[in-house]
Design a binder for this molecule. Structure first.
Ligand code: TXE
Length: 494
């Protein structure tokens, strides 16, 4: 097989001048030009003109003005606009998937199935909340002295303008989580994409305009996060920050935002674990490891990186895993038969190379992989490493790449204690045919989401977010309502 041809509209889009999208208008930036690099080739596919600080402020002003009318729009009308955007993304699925693959190196199949199809699903899910975000009527106990009565009710009111700061690993889908949740609650949004993947969200914002979203409801500001982030968060109209990204940046964002009294949702990474109980076959364990650790080259915040295996099976599991990883079809992400594309950017490749070098220095055993692939682009071999001990760097530091760390346990109870000793807790999984036992482990694993016999799958109905150092707040389910609305109480004497 070979790479699919790019659609004419993709070529035309890439050739355009890119910048920012404010008030339903494309806005050229300050003159600071960034290259968008195709990680499969290392070559530039487009450039974009980053926003100035004044333009970032203008985006907040526009969003604030839009908020005043958007919040008053009948709720079902807001919901139907979200449904229209879902239909539009479904219609433009291939165009957006190709742009995403060119910018991020994600295989075209994953761009279609996860970035686009899941974005459509999430938009439809959140649209379904329109008309259902309600308060309560309350029973008031105040005494009556002259026959007067009291009642009270609560309302869920939108918090205001949301600054959504998103990463490069799922540039459309993660932004859609935040945009759809904010908009259905009546908030407006300024999105700050990653410098590596700025294009698909510009296109999404244009498509939203075509669907009839009023000016200023969805704005996109591109540029360096360290420069624009504090400006966006510090603007008086920013009521809330919703951030997905690295632990270090997330903590910095949290400090900036909370110092100014802004609400914050953080979805950060960590070091997720998968615990395989001893009743499974070697092949079942290998299947689970492939699902949990290597999808999208491991560049998924919820992916597992530490694999706990029974001591009497670890050798057999690693032998079979080595065969599977070595036969992974690695290649152009635009080839529909490719299972693994490049890492998303050069910084990512350098970081993983460094971490694997550290693993070697510390005496960890490289079972397979561990090398950069030659031939251009940011390709890295799928890698399995048997760590020397729980103290190995690879048991603590997120690689965010196709690098699994494997460790043997004699006693599953002790493995659980070690997993829970991590300062992070975004996601974990436990694998066993004994559902009763697996559920007991799931109750005690310290993570925001625990999967049983599965890993990484997200569903809009199921809340998602980190415990401990992996985040603050929850996205999806009904939990998002808390994040994007303020609870107001109204009391009445009659
Ligand atoms: O992420 P950052 P980077 C991890 C992964 C990766 C590492 C670095 O390990 O190797 O992070 O990736 C914006 N104020 N994850 O540097 O810095 C930035 O422009 C406000 C895990 O790309 O977290 C981008 O839009 N914003 C992760 C966003 O923050 C700032 C996904 C994320 O960038 C800012 C991605 C600032 N001071 C990387 N500095 C996950 N858990 O999903 C940067 N930004």
């Amino acid at each position: 097989m070979s790479a699919i041809p790019l659609l004419p509209e993709v070529k035309a889009f890439l050739a355009r001048e890119h910048g920012n999208y404010i008030d339903n208008t494309s806005v050229a930036g300050s003159g600071v030009i960034f290259e968008v690099i195709n990680p499969a080739t290392g070559e530039s596919v487009a450039t974009f003109n980053a926003a100035s600080q004044q333009q970032a402020q203008h985006a907040l002003d526009s969003a604030h003005k839009a908020f005043m009318t958007w919040r008053e729009m009948p709720t079902l009308q807001r919901g139907s606009l979200l449904l229209k955007l879902a239909d539009k993304l479904a219609e433009k699925r291939e165009e957006l998937a190709q742009i995403e693959t060119l910018c991020s190196g994600k295989t075209i199949q994953l761009s279609r199935l996860l970035e686009l199809d899941q974005s459509v699903t999430f938009l439809r899910y959140f649209a379904g909340w329109a008309g259902k975000i309600n308060g309560e009527t309350l029973d008031v106990s105040l005494p009556s002295f002259a026959g007067e009565k009291y009642t009270a009710f609560t309302r869920r009111q939108p918090v205001g303008v949301v600054v959504a700061i998103v990463p490069w690993n799922f540039s459309i889908m993660i932004a859609v989580w935040k945009i759809a949740a904010a908009l259905v609650c009546g908030c407006s949004v300024v999105v700050k994409p990653s410098e590596y993947t700025p294009l698909t969200l510009l296109r999404l914002a244009e498509l939203a305009t075509e669907c009839g979203f009023p000016p200023g409801v969805i704005n996109v500001v591109n540029g360096a996060g360290s420069e624009l982030g504090p400006v966006l968060i510090g603007h008086e109209a920013c009521a809330k920050v919703s951030f997905t990204g690295s632990v270090a940046t997330g903590n910095a964002v949290n400090r900036t935002a909370t110092a100014q009294g802004k609400r914050v949702t953080l979805e950060l990474g960590g070091k997720n674990a998968a615990l395989f109980l001893n009743d499974l076959s070697v092949t079942e364990m290998v299947n689970g490891i492939m699902e949990a650790g290597y999808l999208n080259q491991g560049q998924i915040c919820a992916a597992a990186e530490c694999f706990w295996l029974p001591a009497d099976k670890i050798d057999a599991v690693l032998a079979e895993l080595k065969v599977r990883l070595n036969s992974t079809v690695i290649g152009s992400p635009l080839d529909e038969t490719t299972a693994m594309g490049p890492l998303a950017n050069l910084a990512q490749l350098e970081k993983i190379t460094q971490l694997v070098a550290t693993a070697r220095d510390e005496g960890d055993e490289i079972i397979c992989g561990g090398e950069v692939l030659s031939g251009g682009g940011y390709f890295y071999q799928p890698t399995a490493i048997r760590v020397a001990s729980v103290d190995s760097t690879l048991m603590k530091e997120e690689t965010f790449g196709p690098v699994g760390s494997f460790i043997a346990y004699e006693d599953a109870e002790q493995a659980l204690q070690c997993i829970n000793a991590s300062p992070y807790g975004l996601a974990a999984s436990v694998w066993s045919r004994n559902i009763s036992l697996a559920l007991r482990f799931s109750e005690r694993l310290e993570a925001g989401i625990v999967w049983v016999n599965m890993h990484t799958f997200l569903d809009p109905a199921v809340p998602f977010g980190g415990s401990k150092g992996s985040g603050i707040g929850r996205e999806f389910g009904s939990a998002f309502i808390e994040d994007y609305t303020e609870l107001k109480s109204i009391m009445i004497r009659y």
